[in-house]
Design a protein around this ligand. Structure first.
Ligand SMILES: Nc1nc2c(ncn2[C@@H]2O[C@H](COP(=O)(O)OP(=O)(O)O)[C@@H](O)[C@H]2O)c(=O)[nH]1
Ligand SMILES: [Mg+2]
Length: 184
């Protein structure tokens, strides 16, 4: 199911996990790897493709919400404002939302919009896990360490989870966190 307008989200009555992050960071890829069903969510090498929130019922137990990415320079101001309205309406009102996965490209680390979203989630006390994506692209141990510790600096409670859609690294850890959302 897709939602393109604020306020009209499907009622699935399942604990929901939101996939948040910049365009092209790997949200749809993570969703596909987690569900083991490639191409359940549409992935693209062209940033800015997803402009709607796509809801997936997963194993009858969870709902996954693939949110449109932000930070893509070529979308106009109007589209960016529409994005903000849609995301904020979702994050503010979605009762079912139990966990937000905030994805960062491991090589890029925190960018301005990521920090805004992080602060926003913290302010509204929305549980969040930060996922460092495309970890397979890090060349060696040194780069690995540098990138992850840079991200960790802003996460006093630990993390991020290092993830690769190519190797599957991090899948178990993320699933464990998702499983916990079933406990009320
Ligand atoms: N090497 C590598 N590429 C990835 C990974 N995750 C996503 N990609 C690629 O990055 C691009 C954007 O991925 P997508 O999931 O569509 O990003 P989204 O816009 O956040 O949904 C696609 O070309 C993916 O194949 C990863 O873990 N490793
Ligand atoms: Mg996507």
């Amino acid at each position: 199911m897709s939602a393109v307008q604020p306020g009209v989200f499907p009622r699935l009555n399942l604990p929901e996990v939101a996939f948040l992050g910049r365009s092209n960071v790997g949200k749809s890829s993570l969703l596909n790897v987690l569900t083991d069903a490639r191409r359940l969510a549409f992935t693209s090498s062209k940033p800015g493709c997803t402009q709607a929130i796509n809801f997936y019922r997963v194993a009858g137990q969870f709902s996954f919400a693939d949110l449109p990415g932000y930070g893509y320079a070529r979308v106009g101001r109007e589209t960016a404002a529409g994005w903000k309205t849609l995301i904020e309406s979702y994050l503010l009102n979605r009762q079912e939302l139990r966990l937000s996965l905030l994805l960062l490209d491991a090589r890029r680390g925190w960018m301005e919009k990521d920090l805004e979203l992080k602060q926003w989630l913290e302010y509204h006390r929305r549980p969040m896990i930060v996922v460092a994506t495309k970890i397979d692209k890090l060349k060696n141990q040194k780069q690995h360490h540098q990138c992850l510790s840079g991200i960790r600096e802003l996460l006093p409670d630990g993390g991020p989870v290092a993830f690769s859609a190519v190797t599957g690294q991090g899948v178990r850890e993320i699933w464990q966190a998702i499983q916990k959302t079933r406990i009320p």
